[in-house]
Ligand binder design. Structure first.
Ligand code: HSE
Length: 435
């Protein structure tokens, strides 16, 4: 069979990794596929880099030229972002090219435009590398778990944040100090906002939610709360109570609608997810027939992410001759049967909660606080007084049972109005992740 020709947009970290995998593992890929995959053309700002990384490929300066070339069958978009990347992908699809992308932002924010265009042009968009780097979670959600009703997904899907939280816990360091360390090590970008404020994880959980529940992508409805305001005291107190704090992307189907959220979360230390440390990623899926499954691996890095990109290329090559109706649908469900469902506002989600309250150390304080929680129907699982600071102020940590978020918010607002309580109260959501 004649080789499949790849046009590569971008020779950044993942682009170089992809060129390396295609070239170093060419024989093994051909042995699996029954035909060669050839890097035919690359587009990058630097011609010198292109000559060094992909000496046998044509160098093309203009991305819009690359996506129209007759000698390109599959366009691999690794520019990132939603500027040129989006225009180039749309142009590639209009030209009838299949697309592989690692661009979570593009798909989470514009997937509802991109997937229908691909379907109308009878081409495929593959995006394994967009979520959790080298972990084949898209494949698992779309294919491996296809017999199930998926109930929930919870994932550590931002390595930078996980590294920072792991270091804060192990060394007791402050957020700002660990962030500097992460930047020095090259894990965190000079502008780390995207990673530490939950946007990156939000894009990834948005994509997984759509695949799990057969909905359009709806990043605008995803609640984002990052780790930049997390106090290492809370990490320490959580640990004393048998919990770890992780930045989780969570999506869950409930009778009222879908929960879609990213925030720091206490999880019991005995859960496998609680023991995923450093820059590693892990995704836990709970589904009705199989139960709980867990996927662990490198969520970033040149070769792990390229492993996912190249697996997508191989998938496309295998399906080139197949009838479009027999392809795996982009969003896991038949396009005509993907339907929007209510994404619950945060007030309506169900969770349990960690509260840290600073209050005057005098008789009756605890009674007033627990009374206000009870008034909102919030039941307490554990309550400890951590000690007295400044001689007169006590620090109280409360773990609640499961409740509706608006109830705990109403209770904390009322507690903050007590004369004996200092504001603000620290509130962190807690997930038991059982069953
Ligand atoms: N910046 C991401 C992370 C990897 O820290 O996990 C790419 O999404």
């Amino acid at each position: 069979m004649k080789p499949v020709n790849i046009g590569l947009l971008g020779l950044g970290t993942v682009g170089c990794g992809t060129a390396t995998v295609l070239q170093e593992n060419a024989a093994e890929i051909s042995r699996r596929l029954g035909r060669d995959v050839r890097l035919a053309a690359v587009c990058d700002k630097s011609a010198g880099k292109a000559a060094e990384i992909a000496p046998n490929a044509a160098f093309v300066q203009d991305p819009f030229e690359l996506v129209q070339r007759d000698d390109v069958d599959v366009v691999v978009e690794l520019f990132g972002g939603t500027g040129i990347a989006k225009d180039a992908v749309l142009k590639a699809l209009e030209n009838g090219k299949h697309v592989v992308t690692a661009n979570k932002k593009l798909l989470a924010e514009h997937g509802n435009e991109i997937f229908p265009l691909a379907e109308s042009k009878n081409v495929m968009v593959q995006f394994e590398a967009a979520v959790a780097g080298g972990i084949p979670i898209i494949k698992a959600l779309r294919e491996g778990l296809a017999a199930n009703n998926i109930k929930s997904i919870a994932g550590i899907i931002n390595g930078t944040s996980n590294f920072i939280l792991s270091e804060m816990r192990e060394k007791g360091s402050a957020f700002a100090d660990v962030l500097k360390e992460a930047q020095a090590l090259g894990y965190a970008e000079a502008d780390p906002t995207f990673d530490i404020e939950g946007h990156d994880a939000g894009h990834k959980i948005t994509i997984m939610s759509a695949l799990a529940f057969g909905t359009p992508v709806d990043f605008g409805s995803c609640y984002l709360e990052g780790i930049s305001t997390l106090d290492s005291r809370d990490i320490k107190y959580a640990e004393e109570l048998g919990y770890r704090i992780k930045l989780l992307g969570i999506t869950r189907k409930t009778d009222k609608g879908i929960e879609l959220r990213v925030h720091p979360t206490l999880i019991p230390e005995s859960r496998l997810l609680a023991n995923v440390n450093g820059v590693m990623n892990a995704v836990r899926v709970n589904a009705d027939m199989v139960g709980e499954t867990l996927y662990y691996g490198a969520g970033a890095g040149a070769l792990p992410t390229a492993s996912a990109v190249v697996a997508d290329i191989i998938d496309i090559c295998r399906m080139l001759g197949a009838d479009a109706a027999n392809r795996v649908p982009h969003l896991a469900f038949q396009p005509g049967r993907v339907k929007a469902q209510t994404i619950l506002p945060m007030d309506e989600i169900t969770s349990s909660y960690y509260l840290r309250v600073q209050a005057k150390d005098k008789p009756g304080t605890l009674g007033k606080i627990t009374g206000l929680l009870a008034g909102q129907g919030v039941s307490i699982e554990a309550l400890i007084q951590k000690g007295v600071i400044n001689k007169t102020t006590a620090e109280i940590v409360i773990l609640s049972h499961t409740t509706i978020e608006k109830n705990i918010k109403a209770a904390t607002t009322a507690i903050e109005q007590l004369d004996c309580v200092e504001t603000p109260i620290t509130m962190i959501r807690m997930e038991n992740l059982h069953g």
